[in-house]
Design a protein around this ligand. Structure first.
Ligand code: MTE
Ligand code: MO
Length: 226
């Protein structure tokens, strides 16, 4: 039995490439090698690459919920637990300051989003490099992306290239307008954006779903030939 959909969501049966319109034509340059910079309020900036493979691989089936109201269910991700990455690689290598509480994720396409460290310690938060048994494609975040299923899709940064530790919230800007970025964006509480109630945003966002999917698909066809 499937879990019921969270408030305001509807099912799509094909997982679309999606994002903010201005990212439709931006693609990652490096897809066959994972390179994660670890920066921000750290004692020693570091880069994690092959050492990720020393972490235990985990598989997870979860539902993906975009803030614009579409959901794609039962996706089978594989990768590394974020908490494991933190404990075994990021903390010992980069030594973040003790009061860093906010993590900023940046993609090779310039996209970025943040989540409180506390939300990232749950056992369902992954750095995922495989989907449904295959390496991540360009559509879905090659070579590695964040998967935080309890949070709206816009926090699930694709094409990860940089993870920053912060003690101060104002040291970065979100990729979207502030009203579109809720600090936690938990799907179960319908935290779609900052300031505007979630149920109101449903109606504002829904008309953009189809045009955005088609824009991202066309960009893929034109730029990459897929
Ligand atoms: N690097 C990057 N990550 C991103 C985005 C993006 O444009 N670029 N869009 C976000 C949004 S709004 C959503 S809904 C999901 C979409 O993931 P998908 O393209 O795998 O469906 O990625 C999120 N992460
Ligand atoms: Mo989204």
């Amino acid at each position: 039995m499937q879990k019921p959909l969270p408030p305001g969501q509807y099912d799509v049966h094909e997982f679309p490439r999606f994002g903010l319109p201005r990212f439709a034509h931006r693609f990652p340059k490096q897809v066959d090698r994972i390179e994660l910079q670890i920066l921000g309020d750290v004692e020693k900036p570091a880069i994690a690459s092959a050492e990720l493979e020393t972490l235990s691989r985990v598989e997870q089936v979860s539902d993906f919920h975009c803030v614009t109201t579409w959901s794609c269910r039962s996706l089978r991700w594989s990768g590394y637990l974020f908490s494991d990455f933190l404990e075994r690689i990021a903390v010992p290598r980069a030594r973040p300051v003790d009061d860093a509480w906010l993590i900023l994720f940046c993609g090779q396409d310039g996209y970025r989003a943040s989540l409180p460290l506390e939300d990232l310690l749950h056992g369902d938060v992954l750095l995922a490099d495989r989907l449904n048994g295959l390496p991540l494609t360009l559509e879905h975040g090659a070579p590695i992306r964040l998967i935080a299923p309890a949070h709206y899709g816009y926090k699930n940064v694709k094409h990860l290239s940089r993870i920053e530790f912060h003690r101060n919230e104002r040291t970065y800007r979100p990729a979207a307008y502030r009203f579109m970025d809720h600090p936690r964006a938990r799907v179960s509480f319908e935290e779609r954006g900052g300031g505007i109630p979630g149920p109101v945003l449903r109606y504002l966002y829904r008309p953009f779903v189809r045009p955005t999917i088609s824009r991202f698909r066309k960009a893929m066809r034109k730029d990459i030939g897929h």
